[in-house]
Design a binder for this molecule. Structure first.
Ligand code: QUE
Length: 372
């Protein structure tokens, strides 16, 4: 099952350790901000499946090596290479589902679903930066810890992509329109914001994280967390919910922008400028996905839909251009195509949504069979 065997003396990219009753997963690519690749996802899947059956493991926790955070997202440079190949070849979404990125996402989303249904407590330490794929490893956990260093977000529309890893499920379940704001602007959430947005549960000052992990070796997680948790400070995001709900409840991205620009508050004007910098096509697909995720019956159903959109995005100009501008060249001036919201047609949006035949993710169908 392993995608790439570890070679030479390179340190393992994920550390898997048992300490007493705690199964500890440490993402260990600190120079890449612990960005998740395929072999890391497979290593975590294997450990979780083993610990499901191991009675000596009572609690699982996930944390990140280094000072900067849990996880910046996915292995975006590999995704860029696959998208370039797909566009050069004129590949269809169906063909792209069998690319390395398509196969990575398949296992990553299976992992996201397993985390959400894990039969043991799964404690996510969301210290520092937690974006994109990092939210998939933490946001579906039973116990989600944030610290004063937390910076949490779904940055995908800024690279011509669409929130994935169950992100649209979480965003659609944030109060009011807060999730729509976070997705369309890629706003970063503090610990308090993340708790208000229902992306996290407990505030623990970062200085207590090592002691918390030690305590989890021997102690029920609810009791261990209660020893170190403090009330979170007030959330600036929650304080803005009035205008956020009024503006983002519109049915189209154009109307949302119109309301943000007409609101008069500087925060709304800033949000409008943030939205205008994102991929127009990605914005329209994202809004559609968020509305659909609200009425979905399960995380698995949403993951199936996100998988269709993700592999379709691999065949687009905007994903290549967005990763180039934000992550590779870092000029931060992507040239989107279509360049404006008005130029994104209904057909452009539909092109992201097609079913994938025998390459569907199929996690909702598998879950229904499971529970019959
Ligand atoms: C949007 C993303 C990602 C991003 C920037 C975005 C993403 C990701 C990284 C990343 C990871 C490791 C690094 C790094 C950037 O950036 O998914 O510099 O070392 O992994 O705007 O989705």
């Amino acid at each position: 099952m392993s995608a790439e065997p570890q070679t030479g003396t390179a340190p393992p990219e994920v550390l898997i350790e048992k300490h007493g009753g705690l199964g500890l997963i440490t993402l260990n690519r600190p120079k890449a901000l612990n960005a998740l690749n395929h072999s890391m996802a497979l290593t975590i899947l294997d450990a979780l499946r083993e610990w499901e059956r191991d009675d000596s493991v009572r609690t699982v926790a996930i944390t990140g090596a280094g000072e900067r955070g849990l996880c910046a997202g996915g292995d975006i440079v590999a995704i860029h290479a696959d998208a370039e190949q797909a566009v050069a070849r004129g590949a269809s979404p169906y063909e792209s589902a069998d690319s390395p990125s398509g196969r990575f996402w398949r296992d990553e989303y299976v992992l996201n679903a397993l985390i959400s249904r894990y039969p043991k407590p799964y404690v996510a330490v969301m210290d520092g930066i937690v974006m994109g794929g990092g939210v998939g490893l933490s946001g579906h956990a039973s116990h989600r810890i944030v610290t004063e260093r937390s910076m949490i977000g779904m940055p995908e529309t800024g690279i011509g992509f669409v929130p994935d890893v169950g992100g649209t499920w979480l965003l659609a379940r944030s109060p009011g329109e807060i999730g729509t704001h976070v997705a369309l602007t890629t706003a970063r959430m503090t610990a308090s914001d993340a708790i208000a947005a229902r992306f996290a549960d407990y505030f623990v000052p970062s200085e207590h994280i090592p002691a918390l992990l030690d305590t989890l070796r021997t102690t029920d997680p609810d009791i261990a967390i209660a020893k170190f948790a403090q009330p979170a400070p007030a959330s600036a995001l929650q304080a803005q919910q009035d205008w956020i709900d009024a503006c983002y409840s519109a049915n189209t991205v154009e109307e949302i922008l119109h309301r943000l620009q007409g609101d008069g508050r500087p925060e709304a004007a800033k949000a409008a400028a943030d939205v205008l910098a994102k991929s127009p096509a990605a914005l329209k697909v994202t809004l559609r996905e968020l509305r659909g995720a609200r009425t979905a019956g399960s995380l698995e159903e949403v993951l199936d839909q996100e998988y269709r959109v993700s592999v379709a995005a691999l065949t687009t100009h905007d994903l290549i251009e967005g990763i180039r501008a934000q992550v590779i060249d870092k000029d931060r001036t992507p040239r989107w195509s279509p360049a404006t919201l008005a130029e994104v047609t209904a057909a452009d949006v539909e092109a992201y949504l097609g079913e994938l035949g025998d390459r569907e993710l199929g996690s909702a169908a598998a879950k229904d069979k499971d529970t019959q």
